[in-house]
Design a binder for this molecule. Structure first.
Ligand SMILES: [Zn+2]
Length: 404
């Protein structure tokens, strides 16, 4: 067997293509292979598939291939054009690469596998390529898979914003609670994001009218956007966001009271965390503070009661409970707690809807932390487009159809 035969087998070249020469440069750690077709060979038209088109006029092209051991490997070929009776003059499609790519399909599959687990810049360093060229590969496969994604069965959606490039720059994630998967990433965090989501859903075989449940925080933009663009959707306000509103009120009470009650110093964590997450000594300190006549301790009791609300057995029981809690909270004479209770009251239906829908945003929070971790590892992204592509790759459950 000649060495070129072995390479031909390894590359999976199909007729009329064959390896005609190879040059091995040990000093440059490089293997170059020339692929060619015999004179008079005929090719299929890349547009309509008509076979047996005569070839003429070639263009010299090069593709990077998988390393041959530690040596960078390149394919070279003169790629012909065909004249198709129907389509006219077209450049032939080669079996080892997609049109417009300077890499073989197998090389692309390798770097896609790398970029799924490491920052693009790290993959680029390992294969000694420019990051921009690898981003181009990533965008191609993600966009191609996104075009094919089927959202026809989507009925329950959660959405929330996440920090994008700089602290004040946001994208909003729309998540299929039954996937679970990221369906859509929108620029910004305003009502228009919901409109963009509804349009994207329609573009993937879904329908805004089929969305029956959404889970969101109490952002007026999301509420408005849902009413306008997801007309059949009932809103559940995420319970962790609801509890956080009360928690923030407890913290405000503590910060004000700290000025006159120094024993509250360094106690912030104790009031905010669940008791189960405190150590025995932390619980002792909290118990001691709770015994003192502190406004913070009263606010804390109101927060604990609000959490118990979610353990009620039914929506009816929960509504009775919430009314009592509201009365207690609004008579507490603790201004931040009164404000928080009024906020809950204004969003009453969506808070109670949890007892029917049982949906929450925990899933989004999880996806969010994956995204933020990837972002930190990559030391940020040059563009929002890059960030979006990474989110789809990490959490979109896309069928990337990588060549094998
Ligand atoms: Zn054709």
């Amino acid at each position: 067997m000649r060495d070129t035969d072995l390479l031909q087998l390894a590359l999976g070249l199909t007729p009329p293509w064959q390896i005609v020469a190879s040059r091995f440069d040990v000093a440059a750690r490089r293997l170059d292979m020339d692929v060619a077709f015999p004179k008079g060979a005929r090719f299929a038209c890349p547009a309509c598939g008509a076979s047996d088109c005569p070839a003429y006029g070639t263009t010299e092209m090069t593709w990077r291939h998988l390393n041959f051991f530690q040596h960078e490997a390149y394919l070279h070929a003169r790629v012909p054009r065909v004249t198709c009776k129907t389509c006219g003059v077209k450049r032939v499609a080669v079996p080892w690469a997609r049109e417009g790519s300077g890499f073989t399909l197998l090389f692309e599959a390798l770097v896609m596998a790398m970029m799924a687990v490491m920052p693009v810049a790290a993959a680029a360093r390992l294969v000694r390529e420019h990051g921009t060229r690898l981003w181009r590969i990533l965008h191609h496969y993600v966009e191609d898979a996104r075009r094919r994604a089927d959202h026809a069965a989507v009925t329950r959606v959660a959405f929330d914003e996440t920090a994008a490039r700089r602290g004040h720059d946001y994208v909003s994630l729309f998540v299929d609670l039954d996937g679970p998967r990221v369906l859509f990433v929108a620029d910004g965090k305003d009502a228009a994001t919901v409109e963009a989501f509804a349009a994207d859903l329609a573009g993937h075989g879904g329908a805004a009218e089929n969305v029956s449940e959404v889970c969101i925080d109490m952002s007026p933009a999301f509420i408005k956007g849902t009413a306008a663009h997801l007309p059949k959707a009932g809103i559940t306000f995420d319970k962790f966001h609801a509890v956080k509103i009360i928690n923030d009120a407890v913290d405000q009470v503590r910060r004000t009271e700290l000025k006159t009650r120094p024993e509250l110093k360094k106690s912030r964590y104790l009031w905010l965390k669940n008791k189960d997450n405190l150590s025995a000594s932390q619980r002792d300190v909290l118990g001691g503070l709770s015994g003192l006549n502190l406004k913070t301790a009263r606010a804390y009791q109101i927060r604990l009661a609000f959490q118990d609300f979610y353990a009620e057995p039914s929506r009816e029981a929960a509504e009775v409970f919430l009314k009592k809690w509201y009365f207690w909270a609004t008579h507490s004479r603790l201004a931040p707690v009164v404000d928080a209770a009024r906020t809950i009251k204004r969003h009453w239906d969506g808070v109670l809807r949890w007892f029917d829908s049982k949906i929450a945003n925990g899933l989004i929070e999880g996806i969010n932390s994956l995204v933020q971790a990837a972002k930190a590892k990559a030391r940020g992204y040059r563009s929002t487009r890059n960030l979006k592509a990474v989110i789809y790759m990490i959490a979109g459950k896309l069928d990337l159809r990588l060549p094998t």
